[in-house]
Design a protein around this ligand. Structure first.
Ligand code: ADP
Length: 180
């Protein structure tokens, strides 16, 4: 696929991921997969109790792995749950784990033949991953997934806070300039 077509698959928006209408939304879960605060709490609240029931069957999930469930009361048909890394010092495999969260979520999108997916800024809340570095990994992984897997899915990044929104806009611009 041409580079310019890859970038046409990526959208950055400010907002609340629970109202997205994409085929799947991604949940920045914790390893229990049994709900929590932040975006995880918001998704469970909007989806209703069926989501928690389905999540129980997994018996948890390791950081960087991903699991898919139905979307219940959400507009999205599916929820992909992935625990990102808890940021310590940047030398404890945090970048690799964060990359895996994005990559494994996108593999589930492909395996389930979905056409669109929305991501929050995984690990940049309670898990304290530096926002610039996390945005770089999110966008880089999306670009390399579309390129390597040749699966032209629409990928949206839904940023809740202004900081992340501005960082993502700039990171995507930089990436476009770098690759052209
Ligand atoms: P983590 O534990 O992975 O850090 P958090 O939920 O604490 O997860 O935060 C991840 C990101 O999700 C943060 O940038 C936060 O601002 C954002 N966030 C919180 N609520 C929502 C929401 N409803 N939609 C999209 N993003 C959200």
């Amino acid at each position: 696929m041409l580079r310019k077509d890859i970038f046409s698959c990526i959208t950055i928006k400010k907002g609340d991921i629970t109202t997205e209408t994409s085929d799947a939304i991604v949940n920045a879960a914790n390893t229990s997969l049994l709900g929590g605060g932040g975006v995880d709490g918001a998704i469970h609240k909007a989806a209703g109790p069926g989501l928690l029931e389905e999540c129980r069957k997994f018996n948890g999930c390791r950081p960087g792995e991903a699991r898919i469930t139905a979307g219940y009361n959400l507009k999205a048909k599916f929820v992909i749950h992935t625990p990102g890394p808890i940021y310590k010092d940047g030398k404890s495999s945090e970048p690799e784990i964060l990359r895996s969260s994005y990559w494994n979520s996108l593999m589930l999108v492909k395996e389930n033949n979905l056409k669109s997916v929305s991501f929050p800024a995984i690990s940049t809340g309670v898990y304290r991953y530096p926002k610039d570095a996390a945005a770089e990994i999110a966008i880089e992984t999306a670009v390399s997934f579309i390129e390597k897997e040749e699966y032209p899915v629409d990928i949206s990044f839904i940023l809740f806070d202004n900081d992340n929104y501005e960082i993502y806009i700039k990171t995507l611009e930089d990436k476009k300039n770098e690759l052209h």
